[in-house]
Write a protein that binds this ligand. Structure first.
Ligand code: TYD
Length: 386
């Protein structure tokens, strides 16, 4: 049973970047988090409706960083071993993975209309639906079951995982492979990246919990790959039917946590957040110009939990054109293009996209001064910030 161990307060839709005239209509909910020590499930206890988060106004583009473009190319090349294998992608966004699959073999599922029409225009049959057994039935009317199913940063968005895995079992070929990746619980706990917790992330997965859910649905995990640099630590799970004798169930698992561990972690992130605010206030008092890079959904959690607004961070730069000219959800920090916002007058940069620190520091090196100070709330083993 899920027990509440953390309350990150009143929060807006994490990707709900908005115009000034919409400030009064903004929707808020309570970001409460529960943990079940028996199954190692970590899930949100209250969720906005799916349509409030994933719709035609969804602005997050997976192709927004060179790191991710390369990462998903590698994912496609290493996953699909058979010629003529048919591949289904769930949550295909702007096609960053599927573009590596021949058009006649790739099928997409994407609930956000803008991105569904994007992959359709690229030449991939796209179902503009949420992932559930109804969508699975619809797909099976037009396609045979799939040799490979891929999904990145999407399974953890689905509140009802029993329904999601039932649907996977329906469309997966008897010898097929379902490969999915999402942020990893152990990494989040170790580096204090509590900003992985926001409305879209209905769950943060531990391999134990994935084992629990897959076993319930006649499936098994046969391999887990860990990527420490992807979204601050992600796991890629390889799943097949339980009766598939080619692959034994894997026995490599992460650390197990107790409820006490989770409560202690909750207290530590409160301390980290207080320190971040004190640091920003200190620079502000010294008259420094503080900005942020990366209008991420993650930073929505930090800004709203910590109460960080335009009084502390003057503006955020983001390379996504759809976010420029808008304001960050909840605390309303203006978002501008990197061309407009990055220059030698900047003293301090809060990295909203700390997960792309290397790419960002290299890319904007010549626009910013050499002595610019980068800060984040995330503790990193190779901490380059402080
Ligand atoms: P990401 O960390 O994937 O966000 P989320 O928390 O929403 O999952 O997104 C990174 C954001 O940072 C995205 O809006 C694009 C932006 N960005 C830049 O502005 N410059 C860059 O060099 C990079 C790599 C990303």
């Amino acid at each position: 049973m899920l027990v509440e161990f953390l309350n990150l307060g009143r929060q807006p839709i994490a990707n709900g970047f908005l115009k000034q005239e919409d400030f009064d209509k903004e929707f808020f909910y309570s970001l409460r988090v529960g943990f079940d020590p028996d199954t190692q499930q970590l899930s949100l206890l209250e969720l906005p409706k799916a349509e409030q988060m994933f719709n035609g106004g969804y602005v997050y583009r997976s192709s927004g960083s060179a790191t991710m473009v390369e990462h998903f190319k590698e994912a496609a090349l290493t996953l699909v071993e058979k010629d003529d294998a048919n591949v289904l992608e769930i949550g295909s966004n702007d096609g960053v993975f599927i573009r590596n699959i021949p058009k006649h073999l790739g099928v997409c599922v994407e609930p956000c209309d803008n991105f569904a029409s994007f992959t359709e225009r690229m030449g991939y049959t796209t179902y503009n639906n949420f992932w559930d057994t109804k969508t699975a039935e619809k797909i099976l009317r037009n396609h045979s079951r799939f040799d490979y199913i891929f999904s990145a940063n999407c399974m953890c968005h689905i509140p009802d995982l029993d329904e999601a895995f039932r649907a996977i079992d329906m469309v997966l070929a008897e010898d097929g492979i379902f490969c999915f990746q999402d942020p990893c619980l152990q990494s989040m706990l170790e580096i204090g990246s509590y900003d992985q917790i926001y409305d879209e992330h209905a769950h943060i997965f531990s391999p134990y919990y994935i084992r629990h859910v897959t076993r319930k649905h006649g499936l098994k995990i046969f391999r887990i790959r860990h990527f420490p640099d992807i979204h601050g630590g992600s796991n890629r799970y390889y799943v097949c039917k339980a009766k598939n004798v080619d692959y034994p169930e894997t026995d490599v698992f992460d650390k197990k946590y107790s409820l006490g561990d989770m409560i202690a972690w909750g207290l530590s992130i409160k301390g980290n957040t207080d320190n971040l605010v004190k640091e920003l206030q200190h620079y502000k008092l010294m008259g420094k110009k503080i900005i942020a890079i990366g209008a991420t959904s993650k930073s929505t959690t930090v800004y709203n939990y910590a109460g960080i607004g335009p009084d502390l961070i003057e503006y955020i730069t983001d390379s996504t054109t759809e976010k420029q000219g808008l304001f960050s959800p909840g605390t309303h920090i203006p978002i501008v293009s990197p061309e407009k916002g990055l220059d030698k007058s900047v003293d301090v940069v809060y990295l909203g996209a700390w997960n792309f620190k290397k790419e960002i520091m290299a890319k904007y090196r010549y626009q910013l001064r050499d002595d610019v100070k980068y800060i984040t709330h995330v503790e990193s083993k190779d901490n380059i910030y402080r």
